[in-house]
Design a protein around this ligand. Structure first.
Ligand code: 13P
Length: 256
């Protein structure tokens, strides 16, 4: 590639359904020096706690720590039992949100169309979506990876303008590599992330060079550097290895 990659690295921990509020708060406090270290090295660092822990993490973490919700509803309010809205997140100062994580797609009927409604609502509120895409093991084995991620990107991001997607983040997480220890090889990860960028280019032209693409799936302190050395991989979305303070620190330290 001939262009100079100006995209800032982004390391985001997805805590999924882990940590009590007290544990999340403790982690936020203990991570303050890490957030400052990341900033000094031009790396964006963040975590995505459960809804219940968002306020405690936001209040106790360094102001440089990104705090992202794991999901949101696309309506502002109403009769949607069990849901949380964008104004509720904004009241806590939360401006980032994961959308379309494969666990939500698998267990909560999160479709590409629903992701699109959520992404549009977030962008309309100047929030930053981290849109997760990725194929299942069956799709991978059937050679359908690119077909699947192309559909997810095209439908999830439909009706958006170039300006809308300037801060958007896409996370490529092959479902077969999540929590399994079977991480995708750097060749596969780079090939798919590069392909995602080409789909973004078809949709948004040169703005595709600004959009950060993360890899996720069994990322550990030992393998993170190899992923981030790939030209189209701008960061990592990390589950298991982001839960313990020393391993979270190791992820950052190994990409400084
Ligand atoms: P693991 O890092 O535990 O494989 O999880 C990846 C993930 O789903 C992050 O969103």
């Amino acid at each position: 590639m001939s262009f100079v990659n100006m995209r800032r690295k982004l390391l985001l921990g997805n805590w999924k359904m882990n940590k009590l509020v007290s544990e999340a708060k403790e982690f936020a406090i203990a991570s303050r020096p890490l957030a400052e270290k990341a900033k000094a090295n031009n790396i964006d660092l963040g975590v995505s706690p459960t809804y219940l822990s968002l306020a405690a993490v936001k209040e106790n973490a360094s102001k440089d720590m990104i705090v992202a919700a794991q999901n949101v509803h696309f309506n502002d309010h109403g009769a949607f039992t069990g849901e949380i809205s964008i104004p509720m997140l904004l009241e806590l100062g939360i401006t980032w949100c994961l959308i379309g994580h494969s666990e939500r797609r698998a267990y909560d009927n999160e479709t590409d169309e629903k992701c699109n409604l959520k992404i549009k609502a977030l962008i309309a509120n100047k929030m930053i979506p981290v849109y997760c895409v990725g194929e299942t093991l069956d799709e991978f084995e059937a050679g359908k990876t690119k077909e699947v991620v192309s559909r997810q990107v095209k439908v999830g991001l439909k009706d958006l303008t170039k300006e809308d997607v300037k801060d958007l983040v896409v996370a490529y997480e092959p479902v077969w590599s999540i929590g399994t220890g079977k991480n995708a090889s750097t060749e596969i990860a780079e090939d798919v992330c590069g392909y995602i960028r080409s789909v973004l280019k078809e949709m948004f032209g040169e703005m595709s060079e600004e959009i950060r693409i993360l890899y996720g799936g069994s990322v550990k302190p030992e393998n993170i550097k190899a992923y981030l050395s790939c030209p189209d991989i701008d960061g990592a979305l990390v589950g298991g290895a982001s839960l313990k303070q020393d391993s979270y620190e190791g992820l950052l330290t190994n990409i400084l």
